[in-house]
Write a protein that binds this ligand. Sequence first.
Ligand code: NAI
Ligand code: MG
Length: 334
Amino acid sequence: SKQRITVIPGDGIGPDIIDSALKVLDKAGCDFEYDFAKAGLAALEETGELLPQATLDLIEKNKVTLKGPLTTPVGGGFTSINVSLRKQFQLYANVRPVLSFKGTKARYENIDIITVRENTEGMYSGAGQVVNEERTQAEAKSLITRDGAKRIVEFAFDLARRENRKKVTAVHKANILKTTSGLFLEVAREVAKDYSDIQFEEMIVDACCMNLVMYPERFDVIVTTNLFGDIVSDLCAGLVGGLGMAPGANIGAGAAIFEAVHGSAPDIAGKNIANPSSVILASIQMLEYLGMQDKAEKIRKALTEVIDSGDRTTRDLGGTGSTTDFTQSILDRL
Ligand code: NAI
Ligand code: MG
């Protein structure tokens, strides 16, 4: 039977760029069955809920989801849908690859970095959030567990091995955050011993940011805790031309959600000018996850040709094409 994929078009530019990705997948001959599901503002308007149970059921059932960006309304006490999804399905690994394309306005060439961000613990665990009544003092708890650190570092090394990569850099702040970051680094060192075929490097997060800007070509796979991973991965997106070029996979034991790193971009929504590369690259990650390497390569090749040649690319890449022009340019090459 055909592989079923849950598709959440999402808000803002989401439906346009997801439509583009689905056309590309179909043209490449992927032959998936899609179950469409609602979340975010689109779901709130229709069902009164940001994350309806029917959507959760479909994510659970198909195990693989392609997701557009979702708007979390400000105020009203809504918790971030993305944080909810990551918790609910224990999507502990957030994998964010960035790769240089010649036709972008990026300052660098030859960048090929994957950030593996721990997605459920650390400063974003939500634990111990307190503000006193006078609002003169606030606190939050950072939680790192040995098991959590072990599984994310092992995930990074396994990925490095699978993709023939040379080096894993553990990014930390163990010199100051001696307990939490200290435990993470301790576990990373232990895990590294089991992967003697891959080089292991440690780097303090602030130095890492400087080195990423000065010598980005020296990096390969980065593994780090939740907060550092959030920041470092956006820095990496900036090295290759911005958010339009940055995909991310949220992977757990029982489910995986593939998405763009960026949000719903309300400033350009409905204008048919969004760059669909982010979700097309997320689709490539999805194909690789499903073991469909040949299709992934085929799409990557077509996308690369379009971006390198500048044929009908979107304006964030320096072109004048619309989202649909850009998509057609890729379809023409498939
Ligand atoms: P954003 O990422 O939506 O936009 C930031 C800037 O990047 C904007 O100028 C936008 O036009 C541009 N941009 C983003 N994607 C682009 C693309 N594919 N092509 C061309 N330009 C692109 O961030 P913002 O405005 O802070 O957030 C908007 C909404 O998105 C918020 O409601 C936020 O909560 C939500 N959000 C959702 C995420 C998700 O679902 N994974 C992640 C981040 C934000
Ligand atoms: Mg972020």
